[in-house]
Design a protein around this ligand. Structure first.
Ligand code: PLP
Length: 367
């Protein structure tokens, strides 16, 4: 069955007509046995590459022991992961869920509860997810319009007009350090510092949505470490468990706890198998891998007019991005898009230099 002939799925995606059956490192194999170099990595998810031995062994070992007990009880992988993420933040408490949108939902509820205020200031062009709360703070009117009315209290600012929107009713300023889905637009350290200053001046919270930029993709574990401005809370998902569903809201120990028992929950949140895999991922994102990400980022920038941070990169195309995606696929290279004329490159962080050069040569041919 080809993807286009499938009438048993709701048509929420315009899938390419390829079915993948195997993966290893930066390579995928389709049902016909054709190999592809993967510069998408499941949209910035499979950071360590397909079937990386560390999360694979950790998840397999946990599968053999215990799958699920609910959040009525403690499990070891969840506690271990919370401790290891807390260390990365410099002291934080975690709420675990299953996706990026859920992490943003948790952040929105936390900010309202912690401040007693209801307004969220987000940026024009931002993307925070497709659930109703996350969509309400997504700064792309075309994505919101068919689902209105949405959750009230969202305000959208341009980076240089934040001050016009933040005030005594602001619960939080919510920012992606690099706007991913909206076209890969990095925010400058100055904008982030300005947002930090505004939040502090008005008693609001500063939340960074690092669902896409987090877990090493920026060249630091968190993009805010690259940019030098620390938020009160951060959301993670995509790369956290290398492909198993896991999201997190991390609230800095200096910020208000906000939540009390009963305020928020997720049946599957903190699943032991996903958390075991994530512990292995967090351990693997060490200084050596982060240095490799920065080296590869420079290599891409030396060959193509890319913008972005670390291995979250994009370049604009003369024609339709979809044509470039299709032509690259034909030649055995997966690339993504982020807008009608923007190619997005989010390869595994473990991509080798040889693989990078091979993919770059293919992409140059296609462009
Ligand atoms: N936040 C950001 C910054 C994202 O890039 C995304 C997904 O692309 C989301 C939230 C939503 O994540 P999910 O698709 O896992 O719900």
């Amino acid at each position: 069955m080809t993807a286009t002939s499938c009438d048993t799925l709701l048509p929420t995606y315009a899938r390419l007509d390829v079915t993948f059956v195997d993966g290893e490192g930066a390579w995928l194999v389709d049902a016909a046995g054709k190999r592809y170099l993967d510069f998408v990595a499941g949209i910035a998810v499979v950071g360590l590459g397909h079937r990386h031995p560390a999360p694979l062994a950790a998840a397999q070992a946990q599968l053999e022991r215990l799958w699920h007990v609910s959040n009525l009880y403690w499990t070891e992988p969840m506690q271990e992961l919370a401790a290891s993420l807390s260390q990365r933040v410099g002291g934080a408490r975690a709420f675990f869920c299953n996706s990026g949108a859920e992490a943003v939902e948790a952040a929105l509820k936390w900010a309202r509860k912690a401040t007693g205020r209801s307004e969220i200031v987000a940026l024009e062009g931002s993307f925070h997810g497709r659930t109703l709360g996350a969509l309400s703070v997504t700064g792309q009117p075309g994505k919101r319009a068919p689902f209105e009315p949405l959750v009230p209290g969202a305000r959208f600012a341009a980076p240089d007009s934040l001050a016009d929107h933040v005030g005594g009713e602001t619960a939080a300023i919510l920012l992606e350090p690099v706007q991913g889905e909206g076209g890969v637009h990095p925010l400058s350290s100055d904008v982030l510092a300005h947002a930090r200053g505004l939040a502090d001046a008005h008693g609001a919270l500063l939340i960074f949505d690092e669902v896409q930029t987090g877990v090493g993709r920026s060249g630091s574990f968190f993009a805010w470490q690259e940019l030098g401005v620390k938020p009160d809370a951060v959301t993670l998902a995509k790369g956290l468990a290398n492909g198993l569903p896991l999201g997190a809201l991390l609230v800095s120990q200096d910020a208000p706890t906000g939540f009390a028992p009963g305020d928020h929950a997720s049946t599957f949140g903190g699943n032991p198998v996903a958390c075991a895999a994530a512990c292995a991922v967090v351990d693997a994102v060490d200084e050596t891998l982060l240095a490799h990400v920065r080296t590869l980022s420079s290599l891409f920038a030396s060959r193509l007019p890319v913008r972005g941070l670390g291995l979250l990169l994009a370049l604009d195309t003369d024609g339709a991005a979809g044509d470039v995606v299709a032509a690259a696929l034909e030649r055995g290279l997966l690339v993504g898009s982020a807008g009608p004329r923007t190619i997005r490159l989010t390869p595994p962080l473990t991509l080798t230099e040889d693989e990078a050069l091979h993919g770059l040569a293919t992409l140059e041919e296609v462009l």
